[in-house]
Design a protein around this ligand. Sequence first.
Ligand SMILES: O=C(CO)[C@@H](O)[C@H](O)COP(=O)(O)O
Ligand SMILES: [Fe+2]
Length: 221
Amino acid sequence: MSIIISPSLLSANFARLEDELKAIDQAGAPWLHLDVMDGLFVPNISFGIPVIKAIRKVSDLFFDCHLMIAEPSRYLKDFADAGADLITVHEEASRDVRQTLADIKALGCKAGLSINPETPLSAVEPYLTEADLILLMSVHPGFGGQSFIDITFKIKELRRLMDEAGSKAILQVDGGITTDNAKAVVDAGAKCLVAGSAIFGKEDRKAALEGILAATGKEAQ
Ligand SMILES: O=C(CO)[C@@H](O)[C@H](O)COP(=O)(O)O
Ligand SMILES: [Fe+2]
C-alpha cells in the first residue's frame, strides 16, 4: 500500500508562504494539510478562507482542509470556492454529519470526517461508506508541535471496521507524527499521515518528508 504524506502548513513560516509551498511541492508531497481553527471548537485561531484563496493561486497541491470550526456547514461553499479539494469536518462540531458530508460532495469536493482522540469510533462508524476520508486525531486539536497520543489500537480497530464495511475511505492520522512513530501508525492501517512540525520545523523540508516516508517503509503515492 502506498502512503500519502500531507504536510501541515500550520507549522510553516507564514511570512514566506509561497516559498513554503514550493518547498513542499519540490519535496514531492502531493497534498497540503490546511488547519482552520475558529477559537471556539478549539482554543486557538489559525487562518481561514482568504489565506486558502490566496495560496490556491500559487499552488497546484491537493488542498486537504481540516476544519476545526463549530458548525462547519455554514462555510462549506466558501471553502470550496476558495479552492479546497478535500473538506474534513469534525463529528463533534457538526449537527447533521450525513447532510454535511453530502453537501461537501455536492460542491465537488472530497468529504472527510474527523474525531478527537477521546471520541469513540462509534461516532464515525455510521459514515464509513459515505466519507472519502476518516481522520483520527492523535493530539488534542488546536496546536501544532504536540506529542503523539498512542492511538495505534484505535487505528487498527478503524481499519478493521472499514474493511468490514467495504469502505474505500482514506484513513488519515493527524498529530505528533514523527520518524519514530510513522511506521507503527502505517502498520496499524493508516494511509495518510499529516505532519506539521516534523516537516516545517526542519531546515530541509524535502529531507524531513523523505525521512518520514522512509520510516514507514512504504512507497509514496
Ligand atoms: O490539526 C492539527 C492540530 O490541531 C494538526 O494538523 C497539526 O497541525 C499537526 O502538527 P504536528 O502535530 O505534526 O506538529
Ligand atoms: Fe490537522
